[in-house]
Design a protein around this ligand. Structure first.
Ligand code: ADP
Length: 286
């Protein structure tokens, strides 16, 4: 279990990236959802021992993360937001290299591990290809393979599907869902669908604060029967924003549709909508 308690971080330029963040995260896939600039990467890098918070603690089981960095690194698999490119090095060579760094010294054992990982992430047929020639989706799947070396107990994936096309995203999410329930996996993302597809537990972070927390299904159920929509003209959006508790306004089939939160029928030609995790997200970040 990962226990984050009263974590705060202010950058030298005065930006309060984390403000008193507390979260308890159990085994399974946890979604950390928030807009760009919310503080997700700051939190992920702090958990991954790559930077320190100003105050607060992170415990992973018995490990105090800021005080026992080496201990944490031994059980951590980390897929950063931007995975470095290694020109002219093949995926197979790179995995061998990383496995050796992580202490898999026995040649036969390492060979079997690398082969199993390449098969698991469906890159075996591309194992000789240089990483620089990989597509975005292949790079991210390679990122998972390297993160899995050393049987980690905590895996952090930071914005993994940003920039992937829909097919690559699906393949990557399927891969994530197969990693298993017996370790803590934190998926940090601004893509609501990733969380609704994969996570049983989640938090929404905005402006460095946890603004919502729970099981995605429960959070959606709490909004059921409260979401209403209406097609409007673009220049009417501001007026609806002023008069209703607006959740979001979005383009739909070429025209503007506003979604509002109302416990009772707002009349005025609004139609009832099924609540979605997108509604939960937008009603919390505005
Ligand atoms: P997210 O991953 O949710 O997009 P970040 O943790 O990257 O959020 O950033 C949170 C806030 O902290 C943003 O306002 C960002 O501009 C700022 N920030 C991030 N890293 C630094 C840094 N090294 N120096 C100053 N400000 C930073």
């Amino acid at each position: 279990m990962l226990q984050i308690t009263n974590l705060s971080k202010t950058y030298p330029n005065g930006v309060k990236a984390l403000q008193d963040v507390s979260l308890t995260i159990s085994n399974g896939m946890f979604g950390l959802l928030g807009p760009n600039g919310a503080g997700k990467s700051t939190l992920m890098r702090t958990i991954a021992t790559l930077q320190d918070a100003d105050s607060g603690t992170i415990m992973f089981g018995d490990i105090n993360v800021s005080k026992q960095k080496q201990e944490l690194r031994k059980v951590l698999g980390y897929l950063p937001q931007e995975f470095g490119v290694y020109p002219r090095v093949s995926a197979e060579e790179m995995l061998h290299y990383i496995a050796r760094l992580k202490g898999v010294a026995n040649d036969k054992e390492r060979k079997e591990l690398v082969q199993a990982l390449l098969e698991q992430v469906n890159l075996y047929n591309h194992r000789k290809k240089s990483l620089s020639g990989y597509s975005g989706g292949m790079k991210q799947r390679f990122g998972i393979a390297q993160a899995l070396i050393g049987s980690p107990k905590l895996i952090i994936v930071d914005e993994p599907t940003a920039g992937l096309d829909p097919a690559e995203r699906l393949r990557f999410n399927n891969l994530l869902s197969e990693i298993g329930e017996n370790i803590v996996i934190i998926l940090s993302t601004h893509i609501v669908e990733d969380v609704s597809e994969l996570c049983r537990d989640m938090a929404i972070i905005a402006g460095g604060k946890v603004v919502q927390r729970g099981n995605p299904e429960d959070l959606v159920n709490a909004l059921e029967n409260r979401i209403w929509s209406k097609r409007v003209k673009k220049d009417e959006v501001a007026q609806y924003q002023a008069n209703y508790k607006m959740v979001l306004a979005k383009l739909s089939a070429g025209s503007m549709k506003v979604f509002i939160d109302s416990e009772t029928d707002p009349g005025n030609d609004f139609k009832r909508e099924r609540a979605t995790l997108e509604d939960v997200y937008f009603s919390n970040i505005f």
